[in-house]
Design a protein around this ligand. Structure first.
Ligand SMILES: [Zn+2]
Ligand SMILES: [Zn+2]
Ligand SMILES: [Zn+2]
Ligand SMILES: [Zn+2]
Length: 305
């Protein structure tokens, strides 16, 4: 191939003079760029993946987007890393200057790549510069584990997370759309930011998480109970739920729309989108001598037409 194409010979000899260690990389470049030409400009998967590597910033390893910078020796760098390298090329240590790599930016613009959530079921192919936006909203993007009491980093689709909640967090699983749940704490003064075990409900072929936790609302210690939907927000809106808590002849009722687990439990809590019970009221509902928290929360989930 090298002798048949003097143009690529030319590209290859130049970096040898300037920067010998990069020789192998540059050969890969010329090969991959030549492939689409031979295929009549139609990119194939192998080409896309090696061009994709070219578009990887050598510092942060993220995909590069315009403006893509290069040093005078041609090493590229993303615009996010450029201010952090103190005007030195991270590859060859030469002064970086302010040179844009328009050629690579244009190559990127010509690329169409599969969504990175392909393994989760997305079959979308997107132009390079709109791929990120799609991926941030892709319905196949995995969910974070909805368990609230720990910094769990597990991600996955809903069936995977349901199994994970059951097996790894040992959460209570319930079938049906009505519930009657008791939350007990022997020392309610010790419950700032306490979370209780999550309960997962299975009904209408879907899964819902019931959260109950204590936090400070300004100066006031309160409890909040709310429901999250294991799925996307547009589907969560098809459901409603109610929660009731009471005692001593008094009752508080909340009716709401479950929030998607795309919203963190903290975000839901901090927007007060649930049944909020002042600690004094909660202890009053608990009966007895107000030393122990014993709340009975009942509720129902239904599907809106
Ligand atoms: Zn970077
Ligand atoms: Zn350089
Ligand atoms: Zn996608
Ligand atoms: Zn988890």
């Amino acid at each position: 191939m090298s002798s048949a194409n003097p143009y690529f010979d030319d590209i290859r000899t130049k970096p040898e003079v300037i920067d010998p260690p990069q020789d192998d990389d540059m050969m890969d470049v010329s090969e991959s760029v030549s492939d689409p030409a031979r295929n009549g400009g139609k990119p194939n998967v192998a080409v896309s993946s090696s061009v994709h590597e070219l578009l990887e910033c050598p510092v942060c390893l993220n995909a590069m987007y315009p403006p893509i910078h290069q040093c005078s020796n041609g090493h590229t760098l993303c615009s996010g890393c450029k201010p952090r390298v103190h005007n030195r090329c991270p590859t060859c240590r030469h002064e970086l200057g302010n040179i844009r790599c328009l050629a690579l930016e244009k190559v990127a613009a010509s690329l169409e790549l599969p969504c990175k959530y392909q393994t989760f079921g997305c079959v979308g192919i997107y132009p390079y510069y709109s791929k990120l936006k799609h991926e941030s909203q892709c319905v196949y993007r995995p969910y974070n584990c909805p368990y609230a009491g720990s910094e769990c980093t597990v991600i996955g689709d809903i069936p995977f997370l349901v199994a994970h909640l059951k097996d790894d967090h040992k959460v209570d699983m319930h079938n049906g759309s009505t519930f009657n749940h008791r939350y007990v704490k022997s020392n309610p003064q010790e419950v700032e930011n306490a979370t209780w075990m999550l309960t997962v409900f299975s009904c209408f072929g879907q899964y819902f998480c019931l959260h109950f936790e204590a936090f400070q609302l300004g100066m006031a210690p309160v409890y909040i109970a709310f429901l999250r939907f294991m799925g996307d927000d547009n589907e969560a809106k098809n459901y409603s739920y109610s929660l009731e808590v009471g005692g001593n002849g008094r009752k508080m009722v909340w009716q709401g729309v479950p929030r998607s687990i795309r919203d963190s439990h903290r975000k839901v809590r901090d927007s007060f989108d649930g049944l909020i019970i002042q600690r004094n009221m909660a202890l009053f509902f608990s009966g007895g001598d107000r030393k122990e928290l014993k709340l009975r929360v009942t509720g129902r989930i239904w599907k809106e037409q």
